[in-house]
Design a protein around this ligand. Structure first.
Ligand code: 5RP
Length: 252
């Protein structure tokens, strides 16, 4: 395991202290929160912890079932006690960029349904200003180039223009989505989300000064399914540092 993997594991496991028997728990997506899911599975089998989980992606659903976490549909539960999830960046106001793993839409639905959101992260994720990590935006395949053009206008209007890149992965095949062909290129095949959409990664640099306005304006576009800005959602960050895990709380 690399040092970063060790830090991710420490943060992921430490955050499990917020979970008690009887809770309904949102299970985030990514390599950090995977450690949380595994630890919750261990507590269920070894300590008799009783929880119900709601996964934020197919990948997390598979992992949760593998480690023995009982799952339910979000709509059956009348809200969740807590969601634990990773993040790509968080700023001093606890505004987040998420979606590096492509699960932003389900992650935001689950976060909005939870009384508390706990983020698990290593120290590379703490930033003064959001945007160095490319902002993921999930959009419909239909007319995706036009949606991309409209997004660029909004980014420009808030002084955070930059290259917009359709997310691809090397090992993916060419696909047709809603009648739109996505051929392979040198960068691979297009990445398709669990919801059948595609993702634009917006390389705006650390220039997001108005995350709330940016999120709202982008969500106004019909082709945008979700934006990877998670504003005013996160309550605490379990931050793994070389000196140990620090718990940063929004309202201490
Ligand atoms: C997935 C996410 C992840 O939580 C985020 O990308 C962080 O992932 P990792 O813990 O692997 O660094 O938002 O959509």
């Amino acid at each position: 395991m690399s040092e970063i993997d060790d830090l991710k594991k420490e943060a992921g496991i430490a955050a499990c202290e917020v979970v008690e028997s009887g809770m309904k728990v949102g299970l985030g997506t990514g390599s950090t929160v995977a450690h949380t899911v595994i630890e919750l599975g261990r507590r269920i089998s070894e300590e008799g912890l009783q929880i119900i989980g709601v996964p934020t992606s197919i990948a997390t659903q598979e992992l949760a079932l593998e480690v023995g976490i009982p799952l339910a549909e979000l709509g059956e539960l009348g809200g969740l006690d807590v969601v634990i999830d990773g993040a790509d960046e968080f700023d001093p106001e606890f505004q987040l960029i998420k979606g590096g793993g492509g699960a932003l839409l389900r992650e935001k639905i689950v976060a909005q349904s939870s009384s508390r959101m706990i983020v698990v992260a290593d120290e590379r994720k703490e930033v003064e200003k959001l945007g160095l990590f490319p902002l993921p935006i999930e959009i419909t395949p239909f007319s995706w180039t036009e949606t991309s053009r409209q997004i660029s206008i909004i980014l420009e209007s808030l002084n955070c223009s930059g290259k917009i890149v359709l997310r691809r992965k090397e090992n993916l095949p060419e696909v047709e989505l809603d009648g739109v062909e996505f051929p392979r290129t040198d960068s691979g095949g297009v990445f398709v989300t669990d919801n059948g959409n595609v993702i634009l990664d917006c390389h705006v640099g650390a220039n997001i000064t108005e995350p709330l306005t940016l999120e709202r304006n982008l969500l106004n576009l019909a082709g945008v399914a979700q934006v990877g800005l998670f504003n005013n959602m996160c309550d605490a960050v379990y931050l793994a540092t070389e000196a140990g895990v620090r718990v940063l709380r929004k309202n201490p």
